[in-house]
Design a protein around this ligand. Structure first.
Ligand SMILES: NC(=O)c1ccc[n+]([C@@H]2O[C@H](COP(=O)([O-])OP(=O)(O)OC[C@H]3O[C@@H](n4cnc5c(N)ncnc54)[C@H](OP(=O)(O)O)[C@@H]3O)[C@@H](O)[C@H]2O)c1
Length: 249
């Protein structure tokens, strides 16, 4: 198959690209680094001959307004240019447990989901929990001087690689609408994940756990982002993922 990956250079996009290529698919990379800006470029030519698009783009912001504008614009672009190019299937990734959390980045993901489910392209929508890699994203994005600011969060994290494998499985099949959520094997506190990561890497960075304000902060702290018991379960625990990390780099 010819599969386009929107966000192919990102945290999960890199894994999606590697999995799809390893399975022998013809992969088209969509990202600014690959020469395609989804907020403004015409993608019809890039998507011509593509069977399915896997949408894993993202923007790094907690602003609901900025993130909503980004996801609506990029998703509309994929829908419009994908339809014009003859794409038959859109596979999009969202986040477990965000129903009713209409604030911050999660509010924007709800807008993203609405865009996907109301668009012209037949779709499959997967919600996954936070990736194991979310700990590193938190450290790199949440710095206050010499401190790492860590949102209070009870999660059920999953390896991005396992999510990527599932996304490619879904892209290989027919559009299925919303499918079962995918979460990790164990509950983890984000602060513990961050501290374990820093210790594993030998980095001495002080951490400060804070409860983020608003509905988004409440959702993170309450544990609702862990999803329901009927979700699919990934198998690789955070501790095992961390141990394997050096050989994967
Ligand atoms: N991180 C998590 O724990 C997690 C958990 C569950 C679901 N998700 C969802 O998974 C998706 C991907 O998240 P991620 O953490 O992998 O994101 P990420 O690491 O920030 O990667 C974002 C990707 O989007 C691309 N991108 C950004 N702006 C673009 C633009 N204007 N045009 C084209 N490409 C653009 C980036 O490439 P360039 O910079 O080269 O453009 C990059 O490849 C998001 O929908 C997120 O909500 C994430």
């Amino acid at each position: 198959m010819r599969i386009a990956i929107a966000g192919a250079t990102g945290t999960i996009g890199r894994h999606v690209h590697a999995v799809a290529a390893a399975r022998g698919h013809d992969v088209v990379s969509i990202s600014r680094a690959a020469g395609h800006d989804l907020t403004r470029d015409d993608l019809v030519e890039a998507l011509t001959g593509v069977d399915g698009v896997i949408d894993v783009v993202s923007i790094s912001t907690l602003s609901r307004g900025r993130a909503t504008s980004f996801f609506e614009t990029t998703s509309r672009r994929i829908q419009r240019d994908g339809t014009a190019a003859g794409v038959r299937h859109l596979v999009a990734l969202s986040i477990v447990g965000i129903d009713g959390v209409d604030s911050g980045y999660y509010g924007a993901k709800l807008a993203h989901e609405r865009q996907v489910t109301s668009g012209d392209l037949p779709f499959t929508l997967l919600r996954a929990s936070q990736f194991h890699e979310f700990a590193e994203q938190t450290v790199s994005q949440g710095r206050l001087g010499p401190l790492a600011i860590v949102p209070r969060a009870l999660l059920r994290p999953v390896a991005a690689r396992e999510v990527a494998e599932h996304l490619v499985d879904l892209a290989e099949g027919a559009p299925r609408g919303r499918v079962d959520d995918l979460v990790g094997p164990r509950d983890e506190r984000l602060i513990d994940m961050v501290r374990a990561l820093l210790a594993h890497d030998g980095r001495s960075l002080p951490t400060w756990e804070v409860r983020l304000p608003g509905a988004m902060g409440a959702a993170m702290a309450s544990g609702r982002l862990r999803g329901n018991t009927d979700a699919r379960r990934g198998t690789l625990s955070y501790a095992d993922w961390l141990r394997q990390r050096d050989s994967r780099a």
